[in-house]
Write a protein that binds this ligand. Structure first.
Ligand SMILES: Cc1cc2nc3c(=O)[nH]c(=O)nc-3n(C[C@H](O)[C@H](O)[C@H](O)COP(=O)(O)OP(=O)(O)OC[C@H]3O[C@@H](n4cnc5c(N)ncnc54)[C@H](O)[C@@H]3O)c2cc1C
Ligand code: FES
Length: 352
């Protein structure tokens, strides 16, 4: 994992509770990333180093800066700290961009990229939309974007500017849950019925040429997936990203119980070296690796971002949360070490 110390070049106030932080790229060897990926900010708080994942709202080869957009969370440590205290000229420590929720443009393709977002979930979708519209001239992008009211729409002006620039290649459907009286667009939440109705109005592309990306609350994403499933959408065309774990605490209890309260040794293969670490009954494989001084990759520590992904070579593990992994990855033996507990004594995990 590469760490960087970047200067805050600019800060944009997007809404009353959301800012975009524009970080200056290093002068030489620019930081590379894919549309939809996130970076990790590292903040020293009370002598501890705190990490949080933030999707890049900027797009590679379009935006000069690396930009992240942060919405306040009630009682949230980092989101409120940066909204209240961060200034232009400050330095910010980050870890290089990561993540598998991404879509790279290919100028030869003519496809339909359909994006579903709500609130701050729009950030990776903006990066994807900008890239596809700019670098795939035969493709169409549609975004179905839920917010409370018009004042809480992050990137409202930017989206309008893109609509003017790209015309029929960029369809925007705003959905407001507490709309103003004069609002003539969709009202309510993005649910199964609304999704099916909106999809009926969007340009028609072959199933094999349509990709769906969604980022927002679990409930919204479950509804969208239910709609897409009812329309026989192939699973591999549906991509989702979660910012917050809804089940982690209950699941953690379950996993601890399943682990049987037993301390177990696990072999971690990191950069081709093998290390044997002891995982305490309440600990995760990541925690045990970090306690043993291993430079294990991680970011969210909630089983969402996949930064800590490893492949299980032997033994059995139980994960508190597997939201970040696709069915295929789980089948292929991938695990998220930040939420994984060994169930047997012979667990071997290769990081990467
Ligand atoms: C891959 C990934 C990408 C992300 N990208 C973005 C992004 O682009 N913009 C952005 O604003 N956030 C993003 N997040 C969420 C972000 O990492 C933090 O979780 C969020 O900013 C809260 O951090 P905090 O320190 O303020 O709150 P904490 O101090 O960690 O949490 C305070 C309380 O809020 C709850 N909570 C945490 N996150 C959320 C949330 N998102 N919504 C509601 N409740 C929450 C916690 O469970 C806790 O109870 C992303 C997360 C992941 C995993
Ligand atoms: S650190 Fe994010 S999934 Fe493990």
């Amino acid at each position: 994992m590469k760490f960087y110390n970047l200067k805050v070049k600019d800060i944009t106030k997007e809404t009353s509770d959301t800012i975009t932080i524009h970080l200056k790229q290093p002068l030489f060897s620019k930081i590379k990333y894919k549309p939809g990926q996130f970076l990790t900010i590292v903040l020293p708080v009370n002598g501890k180093s705190i990490r949080r994942a933030y999707s890049l709202s900027s797009a590679p080869n379009i935006d000069e800066t690396l930009s992240i957009t942060i919405k306040r969370v009630d009682n949230g440590l980092v989101s409120n700290y940066v909204n209240d205290h961060l200034k232009v000229g400050d330095k910010m420590e980050i870890i290089e961009p990561m993540g598998h929720f991404c879509l790279e443009p290919d100028k030869g393709l003519a496809r339909h990229v359909v994006l579903f977002g709500s609130g701050s979930g729009v950030t990776p979708l903006m990066s994807i939309a900008k890239s596809i519209l700019m670098f795939e001239p035969k493709s169409v992008v549609s975004i179905i974007y839920g917010n409370r009211n018009t004042d809480t729409i992050i990137f409202k002006a930017k989206i309008e500017e893109m609509q003017k620039k790209y015309g029929e290649r960029f369809n925007v459907v705003h959905v407001l849950s507490r709309s103003e009286e004069n609002w003539i667009g969709y009202k309510g939440r993005i649910d199964k019925t609304l999704t099916i109705n909106v999809l009926n109005l969007l340009p028609k592309f072959d199933k094999s040429q349509t990709e769906y990306f969604m980022c927002g609350p679990e409930g919204m994403m479950d509804e969208v997936v239910a709609a897409l499933t009812s329309l026989q959408t192939p699973k591999e065309k549906i991509h989702r990203e979660s910012f917050v774990s809804s089940t982690a605490s209950e699941a953690k209890e379950d996993a601890k119980n399943a682990a049987g309260g037993t301390e177990r040794d696990v072999v971690i293969i990191l950069d081709d070296e093998e290390y044997r670490v002891t995982v305490k009954p309440t600990a995760t494989i990541l925690e045990a690796g970090l306690d043993a001084g291993l430079d294990m990759p991680y970011s969210c520590q909630s089983g969402l971002c996949t930064a800590c992904r490893g492949k299980r070579k032997a033994g059995e593990v139980k994960m508190d949360e597997d939201e970040g992994l696709s069915e295929m990855e789980i089948k292929d033996g991938y695990i998220l070490t930040c939420v994984a507990h060994p169930l047997t004594d012979n667990v071997v995990v290769e990081i990467g």
